[in-house]
Design a protein around this ligand. Structure first.
Ligand SMILES: [Zn+2]
Ligand SMILES: [Zn+2]
Length: 383
């Protein structure tokens, strides 16, 4: 009895339960949760093999406790083919809404169709982008058995938010949503996060504008960490990486906070994590560029998922922002930011490369007047 109840608590401890209703779960270990699923489900439930219709019908009849004849009759009666609002011998075009529809769904559909038809451009960039993502995943069948996601693998949906320093975007939808498999490491998650602060070029370049884009912050400052459930996962892949978490751990220790520990980002797979679904965690890089990271879903793979391993981490959503244009031509994306610039209409002022050079340098490339120039990376340039 005691053993049975112990086993019971052991197996339920890693099944997510709400900590805050409809907000986040209690912490659980991802791999134990996966194993619990595999133990309780029938192999057919998570198999990637498509079940043929007869087997499906037989299983369904058995689950429902009905005979094969009743099943066949139900199938015929409930079939979509029996739902008709037109004579049997006519096959109407389902894309055409009949004139003067009375059904609310059809009225809405007609409204939408009429609106679309009135547009000059039929697809906006969001639609185009959604199509692009779909093209990537739908056709993305693995070429070899090796590239195929194994059955029983878990998929995590991860939302990464804009850094807290972009106050304008604090209340906005996630910057990116990714699907990752349980066998990905945190370092792979880090590499999949695209943040503008990694691409910034530090320094003032008004004297030597041609020298500017040679090195970017990502190559210069490689340290970063994730923070999940009291553990700092540090990136230690490169000799230049510094342990950014130690200062915080010592600070917390001196103030009697619960103890924090450390682990290595590249050695930690997502299934190794203990986490709460729906709870905000932290990704910090470039010293103080802090992003919230929320795991919104942990589930087993399904035969309808993109099964090509190579396409993961799979980007499923990316927030798009408008680009900031050059203050002179209003056409090209800003590339230079100047301050203390007597030639500029504002301080600071944004220029595209062409306007910047035409205004600030003579034909020989000599600097005209006093100003400070910084390389500028537009957030919208990733769209
Ligand atoms: Zn960042
Ligand atoms: Zn310009």
């Amino acid at each position: 009895m005691a053993a049975a109840s112990k086993q019971n608590t052991d197996s339920t401890v890693n099944i997510p339960d709400y900590e805050e209703t409809n907000v986040n779960s209690k912490p659980f270990h991802v791999d134990s949760f996966r194993n619990e699923w595999l133990r309780r489900l029938k192999p057919g439930d998570w198999s990637h093999q498509h079940e043929d219709e007869d087997t499906f019908d037989a299983n369904f009849a058995e689950d429902m406790g009905v005979s094969a004849e009743t099943m066949a009759e139900l199938k015929a009666v409930c079939s979509v083919d029996s739902l008709r609002c037109h004579p049997k011998d006519q096959q109407p075009d389902t894309d055409v809404v009949p004139p003067d529809p009375r059904l609310s769904t059809l009225i809405q559909r007609k409204k939408k169709q009429d609106y679309r038809a009135s547009l000059k451009i039929t697809k906006n960039r969001h639609d185009l982008y959604a199509d692009e993502l779909e093209r990537l995943t739908v056709g993305g069948q693995p070429e070899t058995e090796e590239d195929k996601l194994p059955e029983g693998e878990v998929i995590l949906t991860i939302n990464v938010y804009y850094p807290a320093s972009f106050a304008k975007f604090n209340y906005i939808r996630p910057h990116t949503s990714l699907l990752m498999t349980g066998s990905h490491t945190l370092a792979e998650l880090r590499d999949a996060i695209c943040c503008v602060s990694d691409l910034q070029v530090l320094g003032e370049f008004s004297g030597t504008p041609d020298m500017a884009p040679d090195f970017i912050s990502k190559e210069l400052y490689k340290s970063a960490f994730f923070f999940f459930e009291g553990v700092f996962y540090n990136d230690t892949r490169f000799p230049e990486c510094k342990d950014m978490s130690m200062t915080i751990i010592e600070w917390a220790k001196a103030r009697n906070f619960p103890p924090y520990s450390q682990a290595v980002m590249e050695d930690t797979r997502l299934v190794d994590l203990k986490l709460k679904v729906g709870f905000p965690y932290l990704y910090c890089h470039q010293g103080d560029c802090e992003h919230l990271v929320i795991v919104t879903d942990v589930r087993l793979t399904h035969e309808t998922d993109c099964l090509n391993k190579k396409l993961y981490p799979l980007l499923i959503h990316k927030h798009r922002i408008s680009t900031q244009k050059c203050a002179v031509c209003h056409v090209f994306i800003g590339r230079w930011l100047t301050t203390k610039d007597r030639l500029a209409p504002s301080d600071p002022c944004l220029f595209c490369d062409k306007c910047f050079r035409m205004l600030h340098y003579d034909a020989e490339g000599n600097k005209l007047g006093d100003f400070l120039a910084y390389s500028f990376v537009d957030r919208g340039a990733f769209n």
